[in-house]
Design a protein around this ligand. Structure first.
Ligand code: SAJ
Length: 419
């Protein structure tokens, strides 16, 4: 009996080289696929083709440099033909928190003219229920000669395989997390699993596309609701003169209680956005999920309401605002509540000297940089000079701060790290 061993590397085109697309492209290329990454950002494309990376993610740069130099990953602005497409484009929301699927639509229109039949198209972007179907319909509208009906030479296969990796641990979690795979037609799910098995050691959980879409949203809404519970407790505790972190620590000793941590709000693109996709899909049935979003979105305003009256009583007040990132020990400022709070402080207190401390960046974001009353300052210098110290992010540099520097200061610790 003879057996054939195929050594051919599968071809994959990854559309969107952002926080998910680029690490996925790199890890696929390092695990046996020939990958082309497509992005509209020419600067990012050029950087990647030089083996460099346009944003910081631990361990990503060495993988990218390796696969680019071996020729297994290249980036381009032009979509080529591939046997497998992975769509990892943004899914923001529009006015009224309605999902904006225009990037998915554009990706579908980009891919459609290249299709020959039998390709697999995987939607990775976090999406409202029905988005994989929407992508398939977009492609089919452009190409009426193709079909979703399995088994013919003209069939194109669609699956949803949502990313679930944590920023800061993406290169590890891509390999180790379990993967939900949702089939839209035929054996699309099995084909997606075979492709992801090149790098993913986690369990593959097979379902339909709509359930897979909802599962991803459910995970982030679960976390959002739990953070909202902690944030609501923090506001209640303030009124009762109770330390909320001690309260939560005590309650969490119960074997079936596990409350998350309050803070100045919820940042970044995932947890602060995804629950709205559920609300938009089922507005009448999602009052808890909507309220959780509102509670977390109101937290930056609550922090400001506590701080501003004190700040206004001090002439030419000096405020050390510690942290701009959306969570500890990363440089990602997207949708960060800390950044929002510092911006509003600058608006409300034109005479103040606001010393923003963010050890993970070397330049303030433009909307803060152009303000006369905000400067990027080193932590010890800022705390030393400040009347008010406002802790917004629990970066290691701040949790380790010499507490004696805080005596004589008005301290607002939104993360509960200084007791
Ligand atoms: N936060 C709190 N209190 C907590 C935990 C978090 O205030 O107890 C805040 C953080 O400071 C941050 C925000 O919530 O501002 C979100 O941070 P996170 O670490 O909870 O999550 P993300 O947004 O970095 O990543 C999430 C993850 N989802 C879940 O844990 C269910 C990740 O696995 C997803 O892949 C990612 O969203 C995504 O891309 O959807």
């Amino acid at each position: 009996m003879t057996s054939t061993v195929t050594t051919q590397r599968p071809s994959v085109a990854v559309i969107g080289l952002g926080y998910i697309g680029l690490p996925t492209a790199a890890v696929l290329a390092s695990s046996g696929a020939n990958v082309v990454g497509i992005d509209i950002n020419q600067k990012a494309v050029d950087l990647i083709n030089q083996g460099e990376v346009p944003f910081v993610e631990p361990d990503m740069s060495t993988t990218v440099a390796g696969v680019v130099s071996q020729g297994y990953l290249r980036a381009t602005t032009e979509t080529p033909h591939a046997d497998n497409y992975i769509v990892a484009v943004p899914t923001p929301f529009k006015d009224g928190h309605q999902p904006d699927l225009s990037f998915i639509e554009t990706a579908g229109k980009q891919i459609a003219p290249l299709l020959e039949g039998n390709e697999l198209i995987i939607l990775e972007s976090t999406s409202p229920p029905g988005a994989t179907e929407f992508l398939a319909e977009t492609v089919m509208r452009e190409r009426p000669d193709l079909t979703l009906k399995p088994g013919s030479a003209q069939t194109v296969y669609f699956a949803h395989c949502p990313e679930r990796v944590l920023p800061g641990r993406i290169m590890i979690e891509l390999r180790t997390n379990d993967r939900i795979v949702g089939t839209l037609n035929g054996n699309a799910g099995e084909r997606a699993r075979d492709l992801y098995e090149l790098f993913c050691e986690g369990e593959f959980l097979m379902t339909d596309a709509r359930t897979a879409e909802m599962a991803k949203l459910t995970e982030n809404a679960y976390r959002d609701v739990n953070i909202a519970f902690a944030n609501e407790l923090s506001v209640i505790s303030d009124g009762l003169d109770i330390n909320v972190w001690e309260l939560i620590r005590l309650a969490n000793h119960h074997p079936r209680v596990n409350i998350l941590q309050p803070g100045p709000g919820v940042g970044e693109h995932c947890i602060a956005v995804d629950p709205w996709f559920i609300v938009a899909t089922a507005p009448q049935q999602s009052s808890l999920i909507r309220t959780a979003r509102e509670v977390n979105d109101s937290k930056p305003g609550y922090v400001l309401d506590k701080l501003l009256p004190q700040a206004r009583r001090i002439q030419d007040v000096r405020i050390a605002a510690l942290g701009l990132a959306f969570k500890p020990n990363i440089d990602d400022l997207r949708e960060s509540p800390a950044r929002q709070i510092v911006g509003q402080l600058a608006d409300e207190l034109p005479q103040a000297n606001i010393m923003a401390v963010e050890p993970n960046i070397d330049r303030l974001p433009s909307e803060l940089e152009e303000r006369d009353n905000v400067t990027l300052t080193e932590v010890n210098e800022a705390v030393h000079a400040a009347d008010i110290v406002l802790l917004l992010v629990d970066h290691t540099e701040f949790t380790r701060l010499d507490r004696t520097l805080l005596t004589q200061k008005i301290v607002h610790d939104t993360r509960g790290v200084w007791g």
